[in-house]
Write a protein that binds this ligand. Structure first.
Ligand code: OGA
Ligand code: MN
Length: 289
């Protein structure tokens, strides 16, 4: 049986991001369709499905086309209908003051886990009238464009990632006691792992979680991460997503870094609420298996 047809349109000239129209992801999975979607995901790293209307349960079902849902380790934000669907809102930091979660810098999600998520997905429930875009940078392309001397240097380096890094460039979400109780200990990951599906290297960096690089002191670590981050987040590697109601966006946390934008009025009226979930991933490895 041929699967439900869909249209796919690249969103950049550099192969980062593709828009998919014509599907209703709340319907039962079709194995051949799933295969085609996973191929598209592997090729474009960020998929934007238009015109979806998904309850938390249907959102989880839609994401399961791409893998297995990761249990939610940050407690207190789960949707009632599905506790592993996180309700992502601006974070209160002081009375009347909010910050956009994921808005302070480009990052990859949960790199402090031994097995970090392969993917994260978002589906908007409430959008501000303007702003609140999400930016994605392709870190395969960024790696490929590094000078050979830098590639040789970083291919052998390992980094320690932890939730509260002493070298964080910005403040991260404060965890409550229930979340602290299940928090992962620090994890060691290659700085330039090989992607398990496409075998390409990528830059696995973060200015919030990457605390140290084995063999370097703190100043050297901070300097190298800053340099790699500046390189990786150049506009030529970027797809910037302007949200529409009905979008479901899923991205590969190995292939791209991402960043939210808090450029809307977070106090009141202009809300932004997203359903969010992550998919389980394997241990990042420094060489092909
Ligand atoms: C996230 C994140 C970006 C956004 O969900 O991990 O960084 O635009 N979100 O909300
Ligand atoms: Mn994030």
């Amino acid at each position: 049986m041929p699967y439900t047809p869909f249209t796919i349109t690249p969103l950049t000239s550099h192969g980062t991001g593709a828009e998919i129209c014509g599907l209703d992801l709340s319907r039962p999975h079709e194995p051949d369709l799933r295969e085609a979607l996973n191929q598209a995901f592997s090729r474009y790293h960020v998929l934007v499905f238009r015109d979806q209307k998904l309850s938390p349960r249907a959102f989880a079902h839609a994401a399961e086309n791409f893998g297995e849902i990761m249990p939610q380790a940050i407690k207190g934000h789960g949707a009632r209908e599905h506790p592993d669907v996180f309700e992502l809102r601006p974070m209160p930091v002081a009375p009347g003051e909010y910050r956009a979660p994921g808005g302070d810098g480009f990052h990859t999600d949960h790199s402090f886990d031994v097995c970090p998520p392969k993917a994260t997905a978002l589906h908007p429930v409430i959008l501000p009238s303007a702003g609140g875009d999400t930016q994605f940078c392709n870190v395969h392309l960024a790696y490929d464009e590094l000078p050979d001397a830098m590639k040789n240097r970083i291919d052998r380096l390992q980094a320690v990632h932890t939730y509260y890094s002493r070298n964080a460039a910005y403040k991260v979400r404060t965890l409550d006691a229930a979340s602290l109780a299940v928090l992962s200990p620090p994890a060691i990951h290659p700085l330039a792992p090989v992607h398990p599906e496409n075998s390409r290297r990528y830059l696995y960096i973060s200015q919030s979680r990457l605390e140290s690089i084995v063999g370097l002191d703190d100043a050297q670590t901070v300097q190298l991460v800053k340099e790699l981050m500046a390189h990786a987040t150049q506009p030529k590697f970027e797809y910037r997503h302007v949200w529409r109601h009905g979008d479901m966006v899923i991205w590969d946390n190995r292939s791209v870094l991402h960043k939210a934008n808090g450029d809307y009025d977070m106090r009141e009226g202009e809300g932004r609420l997203m359903y969010r979930l992550m998919l389980k991933g394997p241990v990042p490895l420094a060489s092909r298996q």
